[in-house]
Design a protein around this ligand. Sequence first.
Ligand code: E4P
Length: 216
Amino acid sequence: MKFFIDTANFDEIKEAHAWGILSGVTTNPSLVAKEENVSFHDRLREIAELVDGSVSGEVIALDAEGMIKEGLELAEIAPNITVKLPMTPAGLEACRFFANKGIKTNVTLIFSANQALMAARAGATYVSPFIGRLDDIGQNGVELIETIADIFTIHNIDTQIIAASIRHPQHVTAAALAGAHISTTPYKVLKQLFHHPLTEKGIEGFLADWNKRKGE
Ligand code: E4P
């Protein structure tokens, strides 16, 4: 499973990129709205220059014509821009349009296996099931990843599954085991993935021994 970061904050992206683990970035209108003093297109441009991988920018329009217009403008920004589209009839219509043009798409707000299958058949490069939001309403988000992964394997579908709406490190491990190709993880959770008390204790111990020896 690869790591994408789920943020529009450039400092967070720069830091995660420096760790050498980053294969892409996803944004959404809520994440972009948090960013001040920068236009949406300019932010996508700087991210796409830094990260050598898929950078999802989401359309705002609700009709297919509007989504196509916005998506074409987004795709012009850089070759690694992925047009993010909502899981609606208009979203899938636009998805098919972009697929036919060879432009990558990420169909977002996936909450059922049937939605994922439909998006895949509309030519989606990626589908984004939101596991945290399913957990929030008492459904099992990880189970959905597993079901979609099984269906895509049975039917030889090459659409990639992005586990989205990740809330904690256990989601990351579970999504990897369930067959997600990618997890798009918020900065805070990515940082949590580093921590283990025995790693920290081990470093302290090694350093203490080293310094003792040097003092002899
Ligand atoms: C995915 O692409 C979305 O941006 C994201 O994962 C949504 O997560 P949330 O439920 O934490 O808003």
